[in-house]
Design a protein around this ligand. Structure first.
Ligand code: DUC
Ligand code: ZN
Ligand code: ZN
Ligand code: ZN
Length: 481
């Protein structure tokens, strides 16, 4: 099947230009001005619209067993929500159950992901360390996963200490993999939680009080320094504070490959939400890190345009009202997580591009291309170029909609962006050449999605001395600039 998308403005991370896009089967075969349609081609008129690479959300949690319950959107509904919002690929966190080995967890995730309607890839979580873990990581890399997640919080559950971080980061350096960190000091969080509960603070406001900005700044800074000593890059997930952003920016200025990922929620929503007199509304916003004071948002937006923060994600981990009520009498039992997959691109366009804070190219960089480069799936994903997968969004900058849970794809009953007016929406979304969503409605069935294997980069192990030496040539290691 041949498809010619005509008359739109093609926008990539590098430029905006008027061009047609020719798709043959699942692949883009030509990009250029006034392309002639081959016989039998379907012609799609994109005039007045942008044509951009399908979105990539580098951070989701589908059907995750977490805090005593399972997140409500599975791979089917999560990826359908994603497609409806213009995101054609998600990278989900495969997190081993207690005692489970990584390769077994990987097989379990492969099974769950068979339901996916959109394309997907995995990160693997390192939740402990023994004599077999390095070999497990090597096996995971051979299966097409080049990134490993570490929780510095969730004490007594997923949290790992510095010993594990350093061991794992060194293994990542040897394997050419990138470690990711959930940067919050879990010991401090646990201590603050206990004091707040002892003082009778049991509501959602306690959630934010137990995880102040310094908790994140300390952990991000520590992880950056451990990564430098291990000789590996580092990706800091859900960067939500000015201080963590500044730590990342300082590291980058010193030449380290450190990446930061603000969430769309942290860019737009603030800690006032936890003081909502309606317990349920406040609990719906409980996620970690918590929403912050508004002053942090300016720093995150600045990081996106300056390039010191590279990607915007959702951390989509949705829980129903009933699940949120598990924490009615104790905020530490409210399952942490919100949705966002359907909203990420329209909210970022509205608050970023429509206001002039981001250019359309910067929008494409942070919603798609940078994630593809950092996670090594570029240019198959994240590009509009011959040979790339035909994951394309026809974006109508004039279309408007009001966010409402009533017409969302996600299985939960609410939306933390409820009532926001969006300007700029995905009109048509193509996944590998097939029309996968139109007008905010997913059109493809479960099982349409495919696993995106990601190879390791060249190994990044460089002795600290060599790195610091003025005479030694600096190794050209990898990726995004
Ligand atoms: N934070 C959340 O809010 N949910 C899932 C995991 C996490 O770190
Ligand atoms: Zn470039
Ligand atoms: Zn996290
Ligand atoms: Zn997460």
């Amino acid at each position: 099947m041949t498809l010619l998308i005509k008359g739109g403005i093609v926008v990539t991370a590098d430029l905006e230009h008027r061009a047609d896009v020719l798709v043959d089967g699942e692949t883009i075969v030509a990009v250029g001005l006034d392309l002639d349609p081959p016989a039998g081609a379907e012609i799609v008129d994109a005039s007045g619209n942008y044509v951009m690479p399908g979105g990539i959300d580098p951070h989701t949690h589908m059907e995750l067993l977490f805090m005593g319950t399972v997140s409500a959107d599975d791979f089917e509904w999560g990826t359908k929500a994603a497609l409806a919002g213009g995101t054609t690929t998600i990278v989900d966190f495969c997190i081993p159950d207690p005692g489970q080995r990584m390769p077994d967890a990987f097989r379990a995730w492969e099974e769950k992901a068979k339901k996916a309607a959109g394309d997907y890839s995995f990160h693997l979580a390192v939740t402990g360390w023994d004599e077999g873990t390095s070999a497990d990581m090597a096996e995971i890399v051979s299966k097409g996963v080049n990134s490993f997640k570490h929780f510095m919080a969730y004490k007594g559950a997923l949290m790992v200490d510095d010993d594990v971080l350093f061991s794992s980061f060194r293994t990542c350096a040897e394997l050419g993999a990138t470690p990711l960190v959930h940067a919050e000091n879990g010991d401090v969080v646990a201590g603050l939680q206990a004091s707040l509960l002892a003082a009778g603070i049991t509501g959602p406001e306690g959630h934010a009080l137990s995880r102040p900005p310094m908790v994140e700044a300390e952990a991000a800074t520590r992880a950056i320094m451990i990564a430098e000593m291990a000789g590996c890059p580092l990706y800091v997930v859900h960067t939500s504070t000015r201080e963590a952003h500044e730590a990342i920016a300082r590291a980058r200025a010193r030449g380290l490959r450190v990446y930061g990922e603000p969430l769309i929620q942290h860019l737009l929503l603030d800690e006032e939400r936890y003081r909502d007199p309606d317990w349920l509304k406040a609990a719906q916003c409980v996620m970690s890190p918590p929403f912050r004071a508004k002053s942090h948002q300016d720093s995150l937006w600045a990081g996106l345009s300056a390039g010191s923060l590279q990607v915007v994600a959702t951390d989509h981990c949705s829980f129903t009202n009933e699940q949120k009520r598990m924490g009615m009498s104790d905020f530490t039992r409210i399952p942490n997580g919100t949705g966002g997959l359907q909203d990420r691109m329209r909210m970022l366009w509205t608050a970023g591009v429509a206001t002039g804070r981001l250019t359309p190219s910067e929008f494409v960089a942070v919603t798609s291309t940078n994630a593809a480069k950092i996670l090594n799936m570029y240019p198959r994903k994240g590009a509009i170029a011959p040979g790339a997968d035909a994951d394309l969004v026809i974006w109508d900058p004039a279309a408007t909609a009001t966010v409402s849970a009533a017409d969302q794809v996600s299985r939960i009953e609410y939306n933390v962006f409820e009532g926001f007016e969006c300007r700029g929406l995905p009109a048509k979304v193509y996944l590998r050449g097939g029309l996968a969503a139109e007008g905010g409605q997913p059109l493809v069935q479960r099982g349409t999605g495919r696993f995106v294997a990601r190879k390791p980069f060249a190994a990044t192990q460089v002795a600290l001395k060599t790195r610091r030496s003025a005479t030694a040539p600096k190794p050209i290691l990898r990726g995004v600039h």
